[in-house]
Design a binder for this molecule. Structure first.
Ligand code: MLT
Length: 411
């Protein structure tokens, strides 16, 4: 028998959203009459914007003709898309960016899971707690975690608690770390990080020669002026940060799959021999070996997001979800629960009633209101006592869910 990667055995039972799906399926089997509303996984429900669909159709037609057919594309993405991203998402906002610093991919999930591969196995990892589970699990698989304790913490990670007391903005590490995962607007808490705080993280990373892995998948949801949408808005970030972005939540691509990762050419790591190595070159090498690029038709669809019509339509979808967020937040507050987030992010982070754990609240909401959310504990030990609802549902279902919470939930 082939020896397996033992680090996989250190993972917690199942991937969070797979576990939730399993529980919901078994509840539905036992209660076939229940009309379950899913506000658990952050999956979009609005169809692709008409401009995007038109871009997709036109590209499919190109693939149907010998003259315009495309086979393998460039692994980091077609120039037409990397140019658009560099210009529209960065340069037009005053941020220096070159198209060859953009790597188009099939998702922020895969990129944020894969990026750790270009770093040494003994790099010390800091993660926010609660956290998007992919950052933790991918480092567990790679052998950076150590042992799991009863509270659900791995011994070799540095956990950065994000609580209501610190406004869900963690304190700087009190010791040296090599890799820091930050996500703002935050999944799951819905919090944002101010420019000043981000600047302190960048200073820390420069001082410690650490790399910040900055997940900005929800940047399009920032409403308040002055809240950074990209880490590169803050001086010095190009030397210390990799940024993950996605069309999933911005333009409804969760099923279509397109995202991008920015690895600035100013960013370097150190080899075992002490030489400085470009992380941009390393990531390019990794992607060209293990990835064949995003389908041409999908990249054309993504490019259509940047047309005037595309921008307008996509903004309309984001407004729609943010109106849902306001409905959910007002609804849970109306029944006396404390809620955070939902103002610059599509997630509402609800404090569970005293003495009710987050998985107990999950069961309660499912059983009494037939509404699915995500238990905070699934995002890490500091998520215990919280519960996440997503604003990505359909409006009628969101309103119905809030109505049921008001009428059926016993608190
Ligand atoms: C979430 O619900 O946290 C996200 O949808 C998961 C993801 O983006 O992979």
């Amino acid at each position: 028998m082939a020896r397996i990667n033992d680090h996989y055995l250190k993972l917690k039972a199942g991937y969070l959203f797979t576990e939730i799906a399993r529980r919901v399926k078994s509840f539905q089997a036992a209660h076939p009459e229940a009309k379950i509303i899913r506000l658990g996984i952050g999956d979009v429900t609005q169809p692709l914007a008409p401009a995007v669909v038109r871009g997709l159709h036109a590209a499919v037609d190109e693939m149907a003709s010998t003259e315009t057919f495309r086979g393998y594309g460039p692994e980091p993405g077609y120039d037409f898309l990397t140019e658009l991203i560099a210009t529209s998402d960065y340069r037009e906002r005053g941020i220096a960016m070159s198209p060859d610093e953009i790597f188009v991919s099939d998702g922020g999930k895969s990129d944020s899971a894969n990026i750790q591969e270009i770093f040494a196995p003994d790099c010390v990892v800091a993660v926010m707690d609660p956290v998007y589970p992919v950052y933790v699990d991918s480092n567990v698989m790679a052998g950076r975690a150590g042992a799991l304790d009863e509270a659900g913490r791995y011994s070799d990670f540095l956990y950065l608690p994000c609580t209501a007391d610190n406004g869900f903005q963690p304190a700087l590490p009190s010791r040296h770390v090599d890799l820091i995962y930050l996500c703002y607007p935050n999944n799951p808490t819905g919090a944002v990080m101010t420019r000043e705080t981000l600047a302190r993280w960048i200073d820390y990373a420069r001082r410690e020669r650490a790399v910040i892995l900055y997940d900005a998948a929800y940047e399009a949801y920032v409403r308040e002026a002055g809240v950074p949408r990209s880490i590169y808005e803050v001086a010095g970030a190009r030397e210390v940060a990799i940024e993950f972005r996605s069309f999933s939540k911005t333009a409804g691509f969760t099923g279509t799959r397109c995202a991008f990762t920015v690895v600035p050419k100013d960013l370097h790591g150190r080899s075992g021999a002490g030489e400085s190595v470009s992380l941009n070159a390393l990531w390019l090498r990794r992607q060209s070996t293990k990835f064949n690029g995003v389908p041409y038709i999908v990249q054309r669809a993504a490019a259509a997001v940047y047309t005037e019509e595309g921008r307008r339509q996509v903004r309309g979808q984001i407004d729609y979800y943010m109106d849902n967020a306001a409905i959910i937040r007002a609804g849970v507050e109306a029944v006396g629960l404390t809620a955070y987030g939902g103002r610059n992010a599509p997630y509402i982070w609800v404090k569970t009633p005293r003495g009710v754990s987050s998985w107990e609240f999950f069961d309660k909401l499912l059983t009494e209101a037939h509404v699915v959310g995500t238990p905070g504990a699934g995002f890490g030990p500091s998520g215990e006592g919280y519960f996440r609802l997503t604003a990505f549902g359909r409006r009628d279902q969101t309103e119905e869910a809030v109505d049921r919470i008001k009428k059926r939930l016993t608190l």
